[in-house]
Write a protein that binds this ligand. Structure first.
Ligand code: CP
Ligand code: NVA
Length: 331
């Protein structure tokens, strides 16, 4: 069956088959090659897209805007709207669905983006919620495919840190869909929820994936093709840094941890933004209070030749473009 994603929303990768995910990655590769050869497209010509942000963003917002412009689309950046304050999600969705051909939402509750999709009548894309970050995973899978040049079924990925955050959850689902070996490595209080692990293991029975959860770093990282980490306190959890530092300091991605993979070529991955130095407001505060120069990853690993973080960031744009083109563009 040829893949056709026209009219579909991207709320979580749970809703997408391995073939559909592969299709989006291949389309992203084509769009990346097209942009690199300087070709501007028109697949989003005449399309209006609204970007709703409750939380801060650099990559996601800019990726949606540039991707839309590259293909001839128009965008509205919407923050501080009536949604959820003076107007229900349903009413907002019904109105925006009459103006726009696609809606991106970044915010707190997964229910909000699900609700928008239920009522908008146009595709809705999840640009990050507390629970999931699906467009990021498409970029990460694309980056792994480019860098590792082998089938997903032969790749091992581990996620170290706050394994129950949106990135830990979504990577586990993406890895399960693509038949990868995936290990969450975290202190037990930050293990992913049973719901996510059971779902991923059920998908794994069909795809051949292996899904593990452990608090033992050495066991978890051994043989990994890629080590992934993320901030220790996500957007909206800024009051939790002290608690997380106490829990997660042993899980910092540093040279010793990378060496435990046994593979000098293991990729280092991070969705960004990252606290790998003290050149941020939060980094300065953490240095003053906890005497730490970095949190989830050392500056050395972040800047090492194994690090593909900027390739991931670039691929956000190509994959987000693919999602918009496939779901509301003229292909
Ligand atoms: N990775 C990511 O989503 O980055 P932003 O928060 O800058 O959008
Ligand atoms: N877990 C992070 C991801 C940022 C892209 C957060 O939600 O802040």
């Amino acid at each position: 069956m040829p893949v056709n994603l026209n009219g579909r929303s991207l709320l979580t990768l749970r809703d997408f088959t391995p073939d559909e995910i592969r299709y989006l990655i291949n389309l992203s590769m084509d769009l990346k090659a097209k942009k690199r050869s300087g070709i501007h497209g028109n697949t989003l010509e005449g399309k209006n897209i609204v970007l709703i942000f409750e939380k801060a963003s650099t990559r996601t917002r800019c990726a949606f805007e540039v991707a839309a412009y590259d293909e001839g689309g128009n965008v509205t950046f919407l923050t501080n709207s009536q949604m959820g304050v003076k107007e229900s999600i349903e009413d907002t969705a019904r109105v925006l669905g009459r103006y726009y051909d696609g809606i991106e939402f970044r915010g707190y509750r997964q229910e909000t983006v699900d609700n928008l999709a239920r009522h908008a009548g146009v595709p809705v894309w999840n640009g990050l919620t507390d629970l999931y970050h699906p467009t990021q995973i498409l970029a990460d899978l694309m980056t792994m495919q480019e860098q590792l040049k082998k089938p997903f079924q032969n790749m091992k990925l581990c996620f170290v840190g706050d394994a129950r955050n949106n990135m830990g959850n979504s990577l586990m689902i993406g890895a399960a869909k693509m038949g990868m070996k995936f290990t969450s490595i975290a202190p037990p209080s930050l293990f992913p929820s049973e719901d996510i692990v059971n779902y991923a293991r059920q998908v794994a029975t069909e795809t051949g994936a292996v899904i593990e959860v452990t608090d033992e770093i050495g066991v978890g990282v051994k043989g990994s093709d890629a080590v992934y980490t993320d901030v220790w306190a996500s957007l909206g959890e800024e009051d939790k840094f002290a608690e997380r530092i106490a829990l997660l300091q042993p899980y910092q991605v540093n040279n010793a941890l990378m060496n435990k993979t046994g593979n000098p070529e293991t990729l280092f991955m991070h969705c960004l933004p990252s606290f790998h130095d003290t050149n941020t407001q939060i980094g300065i505060t953490v240095k003053e209070k906890h005497d730490l120069d970095s949190m989830e990853v050392t500056d050395g690993v972040f800047r090492s030749r194994n690090s593909v973080v900027y390739d991931q960031a670039e691929n956000r744009m190509h994959t987000i473009k693919a999602v918009m083109v496939a779901t509301c563009g003229k292909l």
